[in-house]
Design a binder for this molecule. Sequence first.
Ligand code: CDP
Ligand code: MG
Length: 739
Amino acid sequence: NRKSPKRERTSKDKRWEEQQLKQAVQKPDVDEIQVEGSQDYDFVFDEDALIEFTEVTDDVLPEEKGDYDTKLLEQLDKEQSRLQSIQSTRKSLPVYRYRQQLLDAIKENQILIVVGETGSGKTTQLPQYLVEEGYTKNGTLQIACTQPRRVAAMSVAARVADEMDVFLGKEVGYSIRFEDRTTPEKTVLKYMTDGMLLREFLVDPELSKYACIMIDEAHERTLATDILLGLLKDILPHRKDLKLLISSATINAVKFSKFFYDAPIFNVPGRRYPVDIHYTLQPEANYLNAAVTTVFQIHTTQELPGDILVFLTGQEEIETAQANIEEIANILGSRVKPMIIAPIYANLPQEQQSKIFQPTPQGCRKVVLATNIAETSLTIDGIKFVIDPGFVKENSYVPSTGMSQLLTVPCSRASVDQRAGRAGRVGPGKCFRLFTKWSYFHELEPLPKPEILRINLSQVVLLLLSLGITDLINFPLLDKPSIPSLMKALENLYVLGALNSKGTITRLGRMMCEFPCEPELGKVMHTAATHEKCKGVLEDVVTIVAMLHETASLFAHNQNDNARKSGIVGSVQSDHMLYLETYNNWRDMDYSKSWCFDHKVQYKTMIRVRNIRDQLWGCCEKLGLVAMNEVALKKITGEANLEPRIVRSFISGFPMNIAQLGTSGYRTIGEQSGGVSVSIHPSSVVFQEMRKEMKKPTKFILYQRLVLTSKEFMRDCMPIAREEWLQEMVPHIFKSNKK
Ligand code: CDP
Ligand code: MG
């Protein structure tokens, strides 16, 4: 079992825990739950705020899977009953009743929009119905079902393979970036991220191997989904035999219908029990603490069974919450019933993902700590209580400064209503909102903002251009991005050399598209193989690029600190070089597991990095970059220091991600706003180097991303030792800065 990272405990924390303990043990039985935490606040039971859900009583509930005495049964019986139970669960899902009607509607219409409550069986059942109906023409055609999230694609594919009693990766598979678990000649049903289907348009613009496409979770309005809908709208008239299903939670279905020439909407009536909504009386300053408090409040006052689902914004928060809950549970010991903590977020290793679906043993309570992946993508049975702080992490981009960052922002009313609904699947439930009722009505936006309106469009613009779509303004989109953000994207691509001055895609631009990663990183690799001042460092650069994809889960706990203490690296000047050294040392030890353990590096993550690296390398080979690099490599003699070449390669791909040192620290180089004040993140090697050796900071620093917490931090930093490298690599930007 995984140990969760320990946070430094302050005396305030200890006081808080003691308080918890007292409250938890002497809690009176209350109906209207009162949660007391770092400050005094109450939950009010609010009758007006009841979400009205219809109770469907004549439906059969899914069969209980909690048979804990199976040891006595023969292995065969066990398998048999498992299959039976799976089949009866399938039949108990709301969509099952409408199976034939759905199939008829699909037969009659090329495009169908399917709306239904989360958990009604859209994702797992509809594609199976299509297979059963023979749409795959004896396995010669495929059915694709897209998901906005990789975890959902993997977990749903595993579930469906199980239901169809086939091996995952054969008849049923999944395809996510850097991981393709399908067998082309065998796979009939493929779950994939929307981004992967988008890439398939590059190879096969007619999507000729598919019989049906299901765009699932369309209401999420990810960028890739929006673009896919536009592209599909374009090709459907030529591909009359291609069926398109768009499935969505209840919000926004009409918008999809309008977009697709008033396509019919099929509504699957769901089964949902009433959910009582409780709000805090005052705004909560620390929602993480409040969430943990509420978990114990529920656990000590509410009957079993009844699992808890807590919505948090990301891995770090989830790990902190898990550590806190475990600590308190430890203190409480046998005074409370046992709890099973099950985290779920995008980077959670696959082996641990299934934990959230395992039935909770009797006498136990499962506490699922999830990102908004559990909002609609994954259905977890048995949830009776939802705790919702009302926040979500969102990527947002400001075209005027060219900065992109992940921000924690309040979610929309539609989202929090979805979340509340998760409590009403197995019976009447309760939802605890860690914000006020006033805030719900006056502060929350009604709907989430589609991704296309808040991110950097470079990658999409490049993709559309490479598909031959040059009229960006008239490309069909549900929501059109603003002209300034389109202009900014074109400008970025021009700076990177992906477009020429006429706005036409260049050879380099096409190559950048071929890489399964951001075009900027593609440019870095291209430069490393071809540029006069960089050539020869392709191998190292590909390693760094691969490592950059996995930095979030690389080091056990304290990021670089550990790696340094345990002596992986003597003295590296940048995070990029730390990643390189880490990988190379591991490679030199024959990719050993024990090496990872000794150096506190996550072995599983390194395996993933190796796999990503192999794929990127394969791509470089295909594009002829490896051959070019070889030639150059021969010319580099002796013990040449390759680092300047590596730094230059990154400058060429990220000329906009550079901060300059001024009188009051670093500022980004933004043309219009004069830059934003930024600091080096404390976890960075660069931060530690500067502190430890009192080094003079370099005038320029390159960063991979900005994170806003207490202030604006640069993560994954690389000092630029010599200013002339900037002029060499991106003269059109840095000429003016020359002294
Ligand atoms: O897509 P929709 O929200 O309509 O429902 P679904 O994802 O197809 O889920 C249907 C049922 O399958 C639910 O009862 C889920 O709990 C179950 N399921 C599961 O047990 N394991 C998974 N990995 C996915 C779904
Ligand atoms: Mg679904």
